[in-house]
Design a protein. Structure first.
Length: 280
C-alpha cells in the first residue's frame, strides 16, 4: 500500500490510505477505545483484537469499556497479565458504542491522558485491526476526524431520515450544518478516528446523548457522520473506504483470514438489548 488520497466518484469521499511498507519511524502514540458486550454464547474477538494492536503499535493504550456484561470476570481473567490494557464498566444511562466511548473519554479526562496520544480509535469489539495503519499520514494531512468505513450516501433518503428525528435536527442546527446534509453518509458501525485536539469537542457534542437500543445505535450512524464532518473542518473522508467496496464478507466471512489489505475487519453479530447469555 502507498500513501494517497483517493477521490471516489461514487460517494465523493477521500479515502486515506497509509503506507504500511514504509520504514518511517512512528512518531505517534495511539489509543484504542473499544466498546465491549461479552456473551459466553457468542464468539469473542477481543483478545485477537488486542493482540493485533500490541503486535503492531509500540506506543499504545487500550481502554476496553464493558456495557455491563454478565460474565465480565472472563474478560478480566483474559487480560490479567497484559500491559497497557484497561477495563472499565459503563454505568451510565447511554449504552452501546456511544455510551462506551464517552465513558472511555471520561477516563481519559479524569486521568489527564488526552495529550499523551496523538490519535484515538473508537470501535466495537468485533471490528478488529488487521493491518498497520500509519497515523503519521493523518497528522501530515491535517485529518482530525474520520469514519473507518463510510457508507454510500443517498442524500434525499438520509436527509429525510435525519429530519424525522427531533434530536438529530437539534444537532444539525447546533453545528450549523443545515446546508450541509448533502455531505451526510453513514459512519458504519460507529467506528471512527479522532485526533487528540478533537476529543473534548466530540465529547461536548455527544455527552448528553442517550442510546439504549440497537436500533437507536444504528440510527446514530447518520448523526455521527455529520459530527465527524464538522470536526474535520467540513472535509469528508474515510480511513478505509466505503463499506460497499470492501473485499471481505462481514456477514459469514472469517475474521482471522490474513489475506486482506483492509486495515480493519468487521464480523457481524447482531447483538442487541434483548440478547441473553447462557445460564451459569
Amino acid at each position: 500500500m502507498t500513501h494517497y488520497l483517493e477521490n471516489s466518484s461514487a460517494d465523493d469521499v477521500s479515502h486515506i490510505w497509509s503506507d504500511t511498507s514504509s520504514t518511517k519511524t512512528n512518531t505517534y502514540a495511539v489509543c484504542f477505545i473499544i466498546s465491549l458486550k461479552y456473551y459466553r454464547n457468542y464468539e469473542i474477538y477481543i483478545k485477537y483484537y488486542v493482540d493485533n494492536i500490541q503486535k503492531i503499535y509500540e506506543n499504545h493504550l487500550i481502554i476496553i469499556v464493558d456495557n455491563n456484561s454478565v460474565y465480565i470476570q472472563d474478560i478480566h481473567k483474559m487480560f490479567e497479565n497484559y500491559k497497557n490494557v484497561i477495563i472499565i464498566t459503563n454505568n451510565d444511562e447511554c449504552k452501546f458504542e456511544i455510551g462506551a466511548y464517552n465513558v472511555g473519554i471520561k477516563y481519559l479526562i479524569a486521568n489527564n491522558l488526552i495529550e499523551n496520544y496523538h490519535y484515538y480509535v473508537f470501535t466495537q469489539d468485533n471490528f478488529v485491526l488487521k493491518n498497520k495503519y500509519d497515523f503519521n499520514f493523518l497528522l501530515e494531512n491535517n485529518i482530525y476526524a474520520c469514519p473507518i468505513h463510510n457508507w454510500l450516501s443517498f442524500p434525499d433518503f438520509e436527509r429525510n431520515a435525519i429530519s424525522s428525528r427531533e434530536t438529530y435536527c437539534k444537532l444539525i442546527k447546533m453545528l450549523n450544518l443545515e446546508d450541509c446534509t448533502d455531505a451526510l453518509s453513514l459512519c458504519w458501525c460507529l467506528a471512527f478516528v479522532l485526533q487528540k485536539s478533537k476529543i473534548l469537542d466530540y465529547f461536548e457534542i455527544t455527552r448528553d446523548v442517550v442510546i439504549t437500543t440497537r436500533s437507536g445505535s444504528e440510527e446514530y450512524e447518520r448523526c455521527l457522520s455529520l459530527i465527524l464532518y464538522y470536526l474535520n473542518n467540513k472535509v469528508k473522508c474515510s480511513l478505509d473506504g466505503c463499506v460497499t467496496q470492501v473485499n471481505y464478507d462481514y456477514i459469514s466471512g472469517n475474521i482471522y483470514d490474513n489475506n486482506t489489505s483492509r486495515y480493519f475487519i468487521k464480523k457481524l453479530q447482531q447483538k442487541n438489548e434483548n440478547t441473553v447469555d447462557i445460564p451459569t
